[in-house]
Design a protein around this ligand. Structure first.
Ligand code: AMP
Length: 181
């Protein structure tokens, strides 16, 4: 099934060379989001496999996962749970460290946002090494939730993140692939 009506999502993703540092090809979805057909096609494609999938919550990763995840939650008629960078959430949190190319970062979730047995769909714009989505998966599982699947607009398969996430037992749904990193 394809809800794009022929809309080529990949064509509307802009590549910016050497951002945020030399050698990185930044896959910029702001051009996709700004196109009224593009935003709708991306949200529809992200959520359709889960229309009847018994999802309780949609969790989005800061910051682009909020834009897409909020729209997916609205379309599915479910609540939205933010997963944020360290120090941003006001209530009691649980945190998870994950590896960056140089150093370590931390993401957090409100400790009471997900309960035992809740079925969660995880959303972000892009999966590269899978470090961020892997840490988000740990947070949802520590909360007692089940990660039904993780959905991304973009996969960078050469970096292996989608396979790493699958090896953690998470189903992965992506809409467009780009070679390299
Ligand atoms: P990773 O943890 O390596 O899977 O990286 C995924 C996170 O970093 C996502 O939140 C992306 O938005 C961001 N990211 C990583 N690489 C890129 C890239 N080439 N272009 C745009 N965003 C990226």
């Amino acid at each position: 099934m394809d809800l794009r009506n022929g809309f080529d999502i990949k064509r509307y993703i802009r590549t910016i060379e050497d951002y945020p540092k030399p050698g990185i090809q930044f896959r910029d979805i702001t051009t996709l989001l700004a196109n009224m057909h593009g935003f709708r096609a991306a949200v529809d494609e992200l959520m359709w496999p889960f229309l009847s999938g018994g999802i309780d919550y949609v969790a989005g990763i800061e910051a682009r996962g909020f834009i897409l995840g909020g729209a997916v939650a609205h379309e599915l008629g479910r609540g939205f749970v933010p997963i944020r960078k360290k120090g941003k959430l006001p209530g009691k949190v649980i945190g998870q460290d994950y590896q960056l190319e140089y150093g370590v970062d931390t993401i957090e979730i409100h400790a009471d946002s997900i309960s035992a047995g809740d079925r969660v769909l995880l959303i972000d714009d892009l999966i590269a090494t899978g470090g961020t989505a892997g840490a988000a998966t740990e947070l949802i599982r520590q909360s007692g939730g089940e990660v039904v699947a993780a959905a991304f607009v973009i996969d960078l398969p050469d970096l292996g993140g989608a396979d790493r996430l699958r090896n953690k037992g998470v189903k992965v749904h992506t809409l467009a692939e780009f070679e390299g990193d």
